[in-house]
Design a protein around this ligand. Structure first.
Ligand code: SAM
Length: 258
């Protein structure tokens, strides 16, 4: 593989360990009709193995030097291309129903990338991401734990996530300061009012130590709170994704009855 001088500002920690490279690509379970989108292919640690499958592939990479390297790899395959773009500015319509997304993510924008996918019209079949271990724990955070947070709820509203395996800093060049985890996010339901539910979730978690009667008081100003005593004494982290959907539906129903 060709090498480039890593830019810290772009989160460039290149994967060097062949065993981990293979494990990530295996986790994609590539099938002939898949459309693979790779976020930040860099110098091609995953790309090289993905392209062995000769499937439809698009890499999205911000660094022109890396784009040149990946461009050469793609030139040998008729359904492979690389786009020189900031992933956060990429049109999310690029995701189709046969898309699988993969990436050893630039850690400085992990949450924004995941939110972008959650808000896309079509959802990928699966997403396999390398993230910081701490973020992986938060993403897979369970109700009633301190790890339950905005990102965990956002994912559970539409699907589920799990940690597949951890990756030591020794598997990269340069070595990151933290351990990483490979996670999988898969989607199994549509939610028409996803953004509306997320507005409520964000407000609740912005003051996560307070009970809901305080943290989401802006939602409660013109409703009869006595009908919500079962839930308003709880804190955000005690609620599941379904609890938030249910709460919003109840608030809206109450407002519509007025
Ligand atoms: N996939 C390669 C690997 O595993 O060795 C590189 C991973 S490195 C952690 C993250 C990659 O994301 C880098 O190639 C970096 O240039 C790219 N990147 C950083 N910010 C980006 C952005 N906003 N849009 C697209 N790519 C980005």
């Amino acid at each position: 593989m060709e090498r480039i001088k890593p830019y810290k500002s772009l989160g460039q920690n290149f994967l060097t360990d062949m065993n981990i490279r293979k494990k990530i690509v295996d986790a994609l379970d590539i099938q002939p009709d898949d459309n693979i989108i790779e976020i930040g292919p860099g110098t091609g640690a995953l790309t090289e193995l993905i392209l062995e499958h000769d499937i439809d592939y698009t890499g999205i990479e911000i660094d022109k030097r890396a784009v040149e390297i990946i461009g050469k790899m793609c030139a040998k395959h008729k359904s492979a291309r690389v786009i020189n773009e900031d992933i956060l500015k990429t049109d999310s319509e690029i995701i189709k129903s046969n898309t699988k997304v993969v990436g050893n993510l630039p850690y400085y924008i992990t949450s924004s990338i995941i939110f972008k996918i959650l808000e896309a019209k079509e959802k990928p079949i699966t997403s396999i991401f390398m993230v910081q271990k701490e973020v992986g724990i938060r993403i897979a955070g369970k109700q009633n734990t301190r790890d339950n947070g905005i990102l965990a709820i956002a994912i559970s509203l539409l699907g589920q996530s799990k940690i597949l395996f951890d990756v030591s800093p020794n598997c990269f060049f340069p070595k990151p300061k933290v351990t990483s985890s490979v996670i999988q996010i898969s989607f199994h339901r549509e939610l028409d009012n996803f953004k509306e539910v997320m507005a409520l979730v964000k407000m609740a978690f912005n003051q996560r130590r307070k009970t809901l009667s305080n943290s989401i008081s802006a939602y409660l100003s013109d409703i009869d709170k006595s009908k919500f005593t079962d839930i308003l004494g709880k804190r955000a982290e005690q609620l599941s994704a379904d609890d938030f959907i249910d709460l919003l539906n109840r608030i809206n129903a109450e407002k519509n009855n007025k």
